[in-house]
Design a protein around this ligand. Structure first.
Ligand code: M3P
Ligand code: FE
Length: 304
């Protein structure tokens, strides 16, 4: 049993049409449904119904969905979450367009996290029979292939790390520690499969989103992303640059509502035998932006 991956990110946007343009035309996602003021989008190499939901009104995270292996896993996760002492309820098929029954948890960080295994299968853009390496019909904008991870903020990183570990079976790939004796957890990058991270969190306000990230193939796609962002007047936060933490390659930018996005390439492979890497606060800037070794305070302060 277990959690497979980040399945969907549901965010609020101030202007649905303006944000739809960003996610569809600049990033290249496809719209799969529109219902009750919500747009459902998927990337070309994703198979499930959607990976991003845009809801009109405000800014920031509504909820995250993580897909689990099988529906019988939900009973165990429900039991463990309740024993941990967080709020857990059943969600029903149709609560989310295309998604079946599942669980809705309120994390110790006050974020809403849904777990599900049943979701409508739409298939990717190249199919499963003698597929092309990318869609023949071409890609729009950056043509992001898939969602990768999210980074959220919490008042108590140690508690949230314990939750993800004990309840959901995640492991820490990298930890950022501070305090006199380097014994205070400031951030944790955790995985459920073999990626460097599927979720990460840093110390900050409860319930907030720092960013969600898409995977892209390589460094040259990040440079192309920067070109497209300049063409489309997308505000760039920082990058292209190298992360020390996760060894990934990155560029951060904002959607028209002000939610931070990232496109992410590279990184190493983890797995159950991976030994956690530790960063200390004196190296935090290098950990996050290895290339420039300095951070704009807004990078840490701006969350939605
Ligand atoms: C990443 C990543 C922060 C660090 C961010 C790191 C917000 O986004 O993908 O490794 O401190
Ligand atoms: Fe990231």
């Amino acid at each position: 049993m277990g959690v497979i991956r980040l399945g969907y990110v549901h965010v609020r946007v101030t202007d649905l049409a303006g944000s739809a343009e960003h996610y569809r035309e600049t990033l290249g996602m496809d719209q799969v449904a529109e219902q009750d003021g919500r747009l459902y989008l998927k990337s070309w190499d994703e198979h499930d119904h959607h990976s991003v939901v845009l809801e009109e009104g405000g800014v920031g995270l509504v909820k995250l969905g993580y897909k689990v292996e099988k529906s019988s896993d939900l009973d165990e996760f429900e039991h463990r979450a309740a024993s941990f002492g967080v709020r857990v309820e059943r969600m029903s098929k149709g609560d989310n367009e295309g998604v079946g029954d599942g669980l809705r948890l309120t994390l110790p960080s006050e974020h809403t996290l849904e777990l599900y295994s049943d979701v409508e299968y739409l298939g990717n853009a190249t199919g499963n029979w003698n597929p092309d390496p990318w869609p023949r019909s071409g890609l729009r904008g950056l043509g992001v292939p898939r969602l990768d991870h999210t980074l959220i903020t919490t008042e108590d990183p140690a508690l949230l790390e314990r939750f993800f570990s004990e309840v959901l079976g995640f492991r820490a790939a990298e930890r950022l520690v501070g305090g006199e004796d380097d014994d205070q957890l400031v951030g944790s990058w955790m995985f459920c499969g073999e990626q460097p991270h599927d979720i990460a969190f840093v110390k900050g306000e409860q319930g907030k989103l720092h960013h969600f990230a898409y995977h892209v193939d390589d460094w040259s796609t990040l440079l192309r992303a920067g070109d497209l962002f300049s063409m489309h007047d997308v505000p760039v936060d920082f990058g292209p640059a190298r992360h020390g933490i996760t060894r990934g390659e990155t560029i951060y930018f904002f959607d028209p509502a002000g939610n931070r996005n990232e496109v992410f390439a590279g990184g190493y492979r983890t797995g159950p035998d991976f030994r956690t890497i530790t960063w200390t606060m004196d190296n935090a800037a290098r950990g996050i932006n290895y290339t420039h070794r300095e951070l704009d305070p807004d990078f840490l302060n701006v969350v939605t």
